[in-house]
Design a protein around this ligand. Structure first.
Ligand SMILES: NC(=O)c1ccc[n+]([C@@H]2O[C@H](COP(=O)([O-])OP(=O)(O)OC[C@H]3O[C@@H](n4cnc5c(N)ncnc54)[C@H](OP(=O)(O)O)[C@@H]3O)[C@@H](O)[C@H]2O)c1
Length: 326
């Protein structure tokens, strides 16, 4: 076998630009490993890259997260060997395929008992939860926190992890069915943000004070409500654009809101070195293998159904993590 199936975006656009293609199986170069993928993680960022919000060179095989078995190594590889069970969650791009080549230092070994599907469902989303909760704004016991899209992929992991850190978690969700999912993960309070005013509810729940931190992956639609939900000197962590990017804001608004902090982080800056990546992945493996955080694979699609998977994610039809199976 010299070719493999892959899904590429032929140009920037809607889900219809995704197409199944035959590609030569890539050869690992110096310092690279080739992974035979058993599962591929779908992430909201894939839709931004497909649509052109985060430009990538087209045509492009999308996908930043996956897990499987090392089946070839390039010259000089030291960290992994053929047969190792591994995963990655910060690229490189190209995981929507049967095989993927990655620099060895972006790939981590999987602990025993963690299967490839679960790993592919948690690497990018779980390391995101780690850096947001432990390093971007380090959550302390008793902190009231607001997590948007609490039943989503990142949202479910964050809710459980924040509870394990001792936070009081307020979650937003798009429907009653999703509220039930978020409740099972330990959300103390739920807001149906398509019907209710988020800041008003947050203020009522926190006795008028507001939350210490808002984790907002929704962007344009929630930004104002997030700012208004903060207590004095609280922090807005704006980490995504599921509803579109946040328009420019005046720094004065942070002053008027109570000397607020605003950050717009990305995982790639928090796992930029091998040491950071290993620490983030180890912390994630610990909370998952100890049972503090359960990974919910809400839905799976065959690799060739990537278009349908993108449509479902963008239509808010999914809960938890979504996998593509090669
Ligand atoms: N900065 C980083 O490093 C980083 C890393 C990973 C993820 N992220 C961001 O985290 C967010 C969550 O990612 P994910 O992959 O786990 O996705 P997800 O949360 O599983 O899916 C997105 C969810 O957002 C909610 N949503 C609200 N308004 C929406 C709209 N107008 N269109 C679509 N969805 C809307 C929906 O939940 P409801 O129906 O409950 O509203 C939807 O299910 C994304 O913004 C992503 O870009 C950022």
């Amino acid at each position: 076998m010299t070719t493999m199936r892959a899904v590429q975006a032929r140009a920037a656009g809607g889900p219809e630009v995704l197409e199944l293609v035959e590609r030569p199986i890539p050869e690992p170069g110096p310092g690279e490993v080739r992974i035979r993928l058993e599962a591929i993680g779908l992430n909201y960022i894939d839709t931004y890259q497909r649509a052109g919000l985060y430009p990538v060179k087209m045509p492009a095989v999308l996908g930043l997260e996956g897990a499987g078995v090392v089946d070839a190594v390039g010259p000089g590889v030291r960290l992994h060997k053929v047969g190792d069970r591994v995963a990655f969650g910060n690229g490189p791009l190209g995981a929507y395929a049967e095989f993927h080549v990655a620099p060895e230092d972006r790939v981590v070994a999987l602990p025993d008992g963690l299967d490839a599907r679960k790993a592919a469902a948690m690497m990018l989303k779980g390391m995101t939860a780690e850096f947001l909760l432990c390093r971007c704004y380090p959550v302390r016991p008793g902190d009231p926190v607001l997590i948007h899209a609490a039943s989503g992929g990142v949202g479910q992991i964050m809710t459980q992890w924040a509870k394990a850190l001792g936070a009081e978690v307020i979650g937003t969700v798009g429907s009653e069915a999703k509220a039930e999912v978020a409740r099972r993960n330990g959300c103390d309070h739920l807001i149906l943000y398509r019907e209710e005013d988020v800041a008003e509810r947050v203020k009522a729940i926190t006795g008028g004070e507001g939350v210490a931190v808002v984790y907002d992956g929704i962007g344009a639609a929630t930004f104002d409500g997030s700012l208004k939900s903060l207590r004095r000197r609280g922090m807005l962590v704006s980490f995504g654009n599921a509803s579109g990017p946040v328009p420019p804001i005046q720094p004065l608004r942070l002053s008027q809101g109570g000397s607020l902090y605003l950050t717009r982080p990305t995982l790639f800056d928090y796992v930029a070195t091998r040491a950071e990546l290993e620490e983030s992945a180890s912390a994630l493996f610990e909370v998952v293998t100890s049972g503090k955080v359960r990974i919910d694979i809400g839905q799976t699609f065959r690799l060739e159904e990537a278009r349908r998977a993108h449509e479902a994610l963008e239509a808010r039809e999914t809960t938890g993590s979504t996998l593509l199976l090669p």
